[in-house]
Design a protein around this ligand. Structure first.
Ligand SMILES: *[C@@H]1O[C@H](CO)[C@@H](O)[C@H](O)[C@H]1NC(C)=O
Ligand SMILES: *[C@@H]1O[C@H](CO)[C@@H](O)[C@H](O)[C@H]1NC(C)=O
Ligand SMILES: *[C@@H]1O[C@H](CO)[C@@H](O)[C@H](O)[C@H]1NC(C)=O
Ligand SMILES: *[C@@H]1O[C@H](CO)[C@@H](O)[C@H](O)[C@H]1NC(C)=O
Length: 390
């Protein structure tokens, strides 16, 4: 078995053991349930020993306990992500149940065993795991299958903020961006996904990825004929430009408005892509509403875009309808749009049709439709208000 996978499986077991032991320990009273000076007290006694609070701290898997833990294991949190990502929930539950049956003596013995195993294995830190994956990607002789695995590992590893922030320093962003040119769609998809995940709500990584020139590549990938690839690429594009002035400027320079128009006006486009596109339009409109934003973006001067968003109201997909309503609500408040509110002429009728449709159908989604109706009313009122202003 792959050593990395083997250690992940071990960690899964260790984490379950720890959690279960701690539950048992705290069940059985305040004192002496775990001998804190025993050699097996690795996870329980690593912090300064001052009673049960330490037990709780250790149990919460806080990553600031890092330094005390042997083997350079820098982020339990990251490891937990791994463990969860690579384990069978039914088995985990079973293990936890088995452990509950253990007596305290047995648990102590188990602790000692665990300590011995971790000592002998020298568990890698997240940074080490990332380096290994990055090395594999940077090696032109690494076969496709191993590349994909390295990317899947990175996808999990970049989830914690600290790891995402380390990616560039380790050369990770460059190698992942390089994989966007892979002939294999699965590899391209996973690479886009990693970039999106690492940049989401993270201005630091956002800027690094933009500087490395990934946005244009990702925007081309949005046109992929593989819906999975296109969807993840659009996810990454949104993550890169969200709340980023530099990102949005680049996006428009690369004709992002036309990209969105293509996606919104083609009825054979995958529904997930359309949902994401409408959401992005709304998000960009929201950015424009910020008092700090300057020039109006080309997106909102284009009445075809407005029209295509309104058209989404006729979709049979409630999620898409909702995203379109939210986007229209933001759009209606833009200065550029206000001035041309009459061109929103399809809106009135589309809102009416929507109401009709909801009254007749969607019986199994009543609650959702009720909430949507209040959103629909908001949009209608807002629209009428704007019409009167003109
Ligand atoms: C705890 O373990 C240490 C070292 O193994 C031992 O000397 C001590 O007697 C134990 N204390 C209790 C309360 O079991
Ligand atoms: C690249 O990969 C090949 C095949 O897996 C391996 O033999 C070689 O040592 C690797 N090179 C580096 C620099 O890691
Ligand atoms: C990738 O490999 C080259 C040598 O082939 C090396 O110069 C470079 O530093 C490596 N990059 C990373 C991120 O490991
Ligand atoms: C619409 O999307 C489909 C599927 O992605 C694509 O094959 C087709 O070329 C698109 N049509 C236009 C007019 O762009």
């Amino acid at each position: 078995m792959e050593p990395r996978i083997a250690s992940i499986m071990l960690w899964t077991f260790l984490l379950v053991s720890m959690a279960t032991s701690l539950v048992i320990a705290s069940d059985s009273g305040d004192e002496g349930c775990v001998n804190k000076s025993a050699p097996g007290g690795l996870f329980w006694s690593s912090a300064k020993e001052e009673g049960d609070q330490e037990l709780v701290d250790a149990a919460s898997l806080n990553s600031h306990n890092n330094d005390e833990i042997d083997g350079g294991f820098s982020s339990l949190d990251g490891m937990l992500q791994w463990a969860i990502g690579h384990s069978d929930p039914a088995k985990l539950k079973e293990t936890a149940q088995d452990l509950k049956q253990l007596s305290l003596d047995e648990l102590k013995r188990r602790q000692i065993e665990i300590k011995e195993i971790t000592d002998s294995l020298k568990m890698p830190s997240d940074a080490q795991l990332m380096k290994t994956a990055i090395n594999d990607l940077n090696n032109s002789s690494t076969p496709l299958e191993d590349r994909l695995r390295a990317l899947e590992e990175l996808l999990i590893l970049v989830e914690p903020l600290d790891n995402a922030n380390d990616m560039n320093k380790l050369g990770g962003l460059t190698v992942v961006i390089h994989e966007l040119d892979s002939p294999d769609p699965e590899i391209r998809k996973t690479s886009a996904w990693i970039l999106g995940k690492a940049s989401q709500n993270n201005p630091f990584v956002q800027e690094q990825v933009l500087e490395l020139g990934a946005l244009a590549k990702l925007m081309k990938m949005v046109k992929s004929t593989f819906p999975e690839e296109a969807t993840k690429a659009l996810y990454a594009v949104s993550a890169l430009i969200r709340n980023s002035k530099a990102g949005q400027e680049l996006f428009y320079a690369e004709d992002g408005d036309l990209m969105l128009l293509d996606l919104l006006s083609n009825s054979s486009i995958d529904i997930r892509l359309r949902r994401k596109s409408v959401f992005l339009v709304g998000d960009l409109a929201n950015c424009q509403l910020e008092p700090t934003s300057k020039a109006d973006s080309p997106l909102f001067g284009n009445h075809l875009i407005l029209k295509s968003v309104v058209n989404q109201l006729d979709s049979s997909d409630l999620d898409l309808q909702e995203k379109a309503l939210v986007a229209i609500k933001s759009l209606l408040q833009l200065r550029t749009v206000e001035a041309r509110v009459k061109e929103f002429c399809g809106l009135e009728r589309a809102l009416e049709r929507m109401k009709q449709k909801w009254q007749e159908g969607y019986t199994d989604q009543r609650d959702y439709v009720m909430e949507m109706e209040s959103l629909r009313r908001d949009v209608e009122l807002l629209f009428h208000g704007k019409l009167e202003e003109v």
